[in-house]
Every structure is written in C-alpha cells, then in structure tokens.
Design a protein around this ligand. Structure first.
Ligand code: GLA
Length: 545
C-alpha cells in the first residue's frame, strides 16, 4: 500500500516524526484583529452532520439557536465546516458553495443568518484540498480570504489536510529591483551592496551582471539586508528579485520591509534553459530610505506550518479591512481558527498567527478519547491569552453515549480551560438536560471571564483539582472525579501559595457551587463530594478578615 505516493515505511516515519522546535524567526508579533477577546462561542456543522449539510440545516439550526435562547446565552457564531462547497471553483477561480445543496449561494445564506443575529463561519484547508478532498486555500490565500470577507464571513477555520511543506531552500539572489505599480524599475541594487548575516555569503559567477550572487539564505540561518532602497513616496511597489536558476528543488523567500510588512516568493524547481529568472511581489515602502531583508524563515516542519498560518492570518486581516473600505462600513474582523491538530506545537506560535489553535487530534463523543484531549490541553494553560486561545476542539455535549455527568464534566472542563465553546450537537432536537448544560450561565461566565486566565490543574489524581482567578475578586475551583463516587477535602493554602492561582489568604471564603446552586463558606479546606465522571465547581470570594 502506498500513501501519498510514499513507500509505507517512509509514510509511517513521516507520520510519527517529531517536528523540531520552531526556529526563532522573523515574526513574533501577537495576532490581534479585535476578535475573540474571550473564547468564541457558537455551533459547527462538523461533529454531527459531517459531509451532509445544506442551507436548510443551517437555517433550521439558526432558528433553533434563537428559539432555544442560545444566541442570548452567548453563542454567536454558526459555522459551516467541510463540505459546504462545490468541487468546482467558479469561472473566476473563486470558491463557491455546493451548487445544489446551497443553490441560493453562500452570500444569501450569510445575510439570512445575520438577520437572525448570528455571525457566520466557514472552513478551508491549508492544503491543496480539504480533509474531504474538496478545493482548499493553499496558494489561493489572498483570493479566498477576500471572497470570505466579501461574503460577510466572521469566523474561519483553517485545516491541515493536503498540506504542502514550504521549502527550506532559498533562491540565489543577485539583485533586487523596485518599481512603482504600473511603472518601470526605478532602482536595482546588486548583491554586493547587501549586508550579509549568518550563513549568507557572496559567491562568484562571471556570467551574472555583477559577477556574484548570494547563497546561504536557506533554513532560517542566513539573511541579506538591503539598506539603500530609496523611493520618492510612500506606497505599494513591485519588488523583483533577480535570481540565478540552479537546483532541482522548490525554494522560498521572504522579503521583509522596514520590519512592518513582508511579501513572499514561492519558486518552483528550476529548469536551467536560461541563466536567470525574475520573481515579483508587491511590497509597501515608505518615502525615502527603506530596508529590505531577504531570508527563508523555514528550517523545520513547524516553521513551515507557522509561516503558512501567519500568512493566512495576514490575508484575512487585510481582506476584512479592504472589504470594509469598499463597502463603506466598519471592519468585521474574522476570527482565525488554526486547525493543524497540535502537530507542530501551535501553542508556541499560534498567538502570532491567529485567534485559536487546535491542540489535539479530532474529538469524538467517547469518554476515554475526550479524557485524552483534556489531559493534553490542560497542560498548555500558560499559552492561552486574551485574543489567542488553546482549542481542545468543538464540543460533543449531547452526542454519542455520554452520560449526563460526562456531558457536565466535558462542558465544565472546557469552560475552566478557557476553551472556545463551539457546540457540535443537533440543536433542533436536543434534550432539555443538554440545553441546561450548555446554557449554564455561571459556567459560561467562567469561560468568558474578561481576565482570560485558564485554569491550572493544581492536583492530578482520582480527582483532579483545577483553579483559576476570575475578574471581580473571585476564583473558580473545579473538582473533577475520574473514578468512583468520592469525598474530597482540599487545603485552601495550596491555592494561596500557588504562584499562578494566587488566591489571597483570608479567614474564610464564601462560595457558590455552580451545578447545585449550593452556597456557604469554607475556612481551611474546600470539602464536598462528587460522583463518578462528574464535577463540582466552586466560585470563591475571599472574605475580608
Ligand atoms: C479535520 C478537522 C475536523 C473537521 C474535518 C473536516 O479532521 O480536524 O475538525 O473540520 O477535518 O473534514
């Protein structure tokens, strides 16, 4: 059996190979688009409906969200997952909805869902196809982002199937030229004028105009900086890199201008019919002197994913700003949901690329599987922050054979961990007990707390203890029972001495338990009992001495 044209052993090796850590590269700014300042809440079609979705389902679900009070409870997004689209791009090369399941087109559906008070989400893959093998957005980032923004999309999930890794090789540049858009080159700077760092070095080749080219810009280890790019006024320019054609492999290069914007060059393997080639991209320059740095930031598999997701994030931001200008309205930011299943340690770079990142493989409504996801995600608490969140995947509350206690725990743990709350059940036909769980006001308030500080697991065992500070001088402490019915008693001083939780020392703590509504006060220890696979969550308020 051959997978993706690879021999079985090579395929397995690739599948299980560990990505090395992300190289410390060029771009470490936090991704900010004004969206998802608290974890996003909504519904997605995937967990229940998979590839069987149409406009009728979406409209009925939206109606159910309104009638059930879910919109009011905070569930704002309604997300089309995979299979919303046709296998055929339209005559302009743009994505379009499945022609017979969404016959009125996606924009009409978006308007209708918006009218009910919902924001609409959509899905694609950072690959040549989606996970269901439909057209996807790798190499179409700009136009697809623009299409979505024009349709009024406000949430975008970007998967990882059919991904192609960016090459760690860089082209051999011998000069760069700059031209105003619609004009001819106004300057060309040869590589002899570049300042070289790391492995970058000048190599002789008499056939080239200046007799030299730069090699060693590969694998995040070398950089060439051109400081003398002087243009008469600020604006968009065409940057041409002139390269020596050599090497039967793809190449990649970033040109970073003045530390505030960049463009990229994806260069295929080269046929040496000619000595040189020209590659072009737009770049923003300021009036007067500019600095352009050339390098390839990709050394590892993780770098490649990071650079690709960062690029899509940038395209989404630019598209939403462009559309706002064109339509003369406020920017509708697009929540950017990175979904590469935790393969490339996205918690380390996700906050520079998007608003949330999946930390694990796909969730299923199976208790043991869910526990695996919880076990991994809970360790990553330090990486979530306001506007950029760990995503342990969409909710399965109400799906499969999860018991009421398991549904409660699943929802509670996700809220404690500041997770996105994206429902995945059939909202048109759910039991009251499920609706009660997903609309529990106090749990939602924990998830959405404005401090945005996820819980730390302060004790691991038969009963896990999770704690987090909340705004307004409150703390949430959760007891999660993984085994049989149990009593617990947890010393408050452990939360007081914990550097992360920082519960103030007090003579007593008043509490409310959010599932039973019970109120009272603790002094030295939090005590109670909790059933198998169930949870208790106490909101504590320290009492002044
Ligand atoms: C991947 C994602 C899922 C879902 C499917 C769609 O498996 O992780 O959440 O979007 O693709 O095909």
């Amino acid at each position: 059996m051959r997978r993706n044209g690879m021999c079985p052993i090579c395929y397995l090796k690739k599948l299980f190979s560990r990505p090395s850590n992300v190289t410390d590269v060029f771009y470490d700014k936090k991704y900010e688009n004004g969206a998802a300042l608290t974890p996003p809440m909504g519904w997605s079609s995937w967990n229940t409906f998979r590839n069987q979705i149409d406009d009728k389902l979406l409209k009925e679900t939206a109606r159910a969200m309104k009638d059930n009070g879910l919109i009011e409870a905070g569930y704002k997004y309604i997300n089309l997952d995979d299979c919303w689209h046709s296998s055929m791009r339209d005559e302009d090369g743009l994505l379009q909805g499945d022609l017979t399941r969404f016959p009125e087109g996606i924009p009409a559906l978006v308007s209708e869902l918006n009218a009910l008070g919902l924001k609409v989400g959509i899905y694609s893959s950072n690959g040549t196809f989606t996970c269901e093998d439909l057209p996807a957005s790798l190499h179409h980032e700009k136009s697809d982002a623009y299409t979505f923004a024009k349709w009024g999309i406000e949430y975008f999930k970007y998967d990882f199937c059919h991904n192609e890794k960016i090459s760690k090789y860089a082209p051999l540049v011998f000069s760069v030229s700059v031209a105003p858009v619609g004009g001819r080159d106004i300057l060309t700077v040869g590589c002899e004028d570049a300042i070289l760092y790391g492995t970058a070095k000048l190599m002789p080749d008499k056939r080239l105009p200046g007799g030299m080219y730069i090699s060693g810009l590969d694998g995040a280890s070398g950089k060439a900086v051109f400081k003398n790019i002087c243009v008469p006024k600020a604006g968009k320019y065409v940057l041409t890199i002139n390269i020596l054609k050599k090497g039967l492999y793809d190449k990649f290069l970033i040109a970073y201008a003045n530390e505030d914007n960049y463009c990229r060059f994806e260069i295929p393997s080269q046929k040496p019919f000619n000595l040189s080639a020209r590659y072009q991209a737009y770049i923003d320059l300021k009036e007067g002197l500019n600095t352009i740095s050339l390098f390839n930031p990709v050394a590892t598999r993780a770098d490649s994913a990071m650079v690709q997701y960062q690029y899509m994030g940038k395209m989404l931001k630019e598209a939403s700003e462009r559309v706002a200008k064109e339509q003369g309205r406020e920017v509708k930011p697009i929540v950017f949901s990175i979904c590469e299943w935790g393969l490339n340690k996205p918690w380390k770079w996700g906050a520079t690329a998007g608003n949330l990142w999946r930390t694990t493989m796909d969730i299923r409504p199976w208790w043991k599987w869910m526990m695996m996801i919880y076990g991994r995600n809970v360790k990553l608490y330090k990486y979530s922050q306001k506007g950029n969140w760990n995503d342990p995947d969409m909710l399965e509350v109400g799906n499969g054979k999860l018991s009421p206690a398991q549904n409660r725990s699943h929802f509670t743990l996700w809220c404690m961990m500041c997770s996105p709350l994206i429902l995945g059940n059939d909202l048109r036909s759910m039991k009251k007990e499920v609706l009660d769980i997903i609309t529990n006001k106090e749990l939602i308030a924990i998830d959405q707390d404005e401090l945005g500080v996820p819980a730390k697991r302060v004790k691991k065992g038969g009963i896990d203890v999770l704690a987090r500070p909340l705004s307004g001088g409150k703390w949430a402490v959760c007891f999660f029972n993984k085994r049989g019915e149990k009593d617990f008693s947890f010393p408050v001083k452990k939360l007081v001495s914990d550097e992360y939780v920082k519960l103030p020392s007090a003579s007593s703590y008043s509490y409310k338990e959010v599932w039973t509504g019970k109120e009272g006060a603790f002094t030295d220890a939090i005590t109670g009992s909790v059933g198998k696979h169930d949870v208790k969550v106490y909101i504590l308020t320290p009492q002044k001495q």
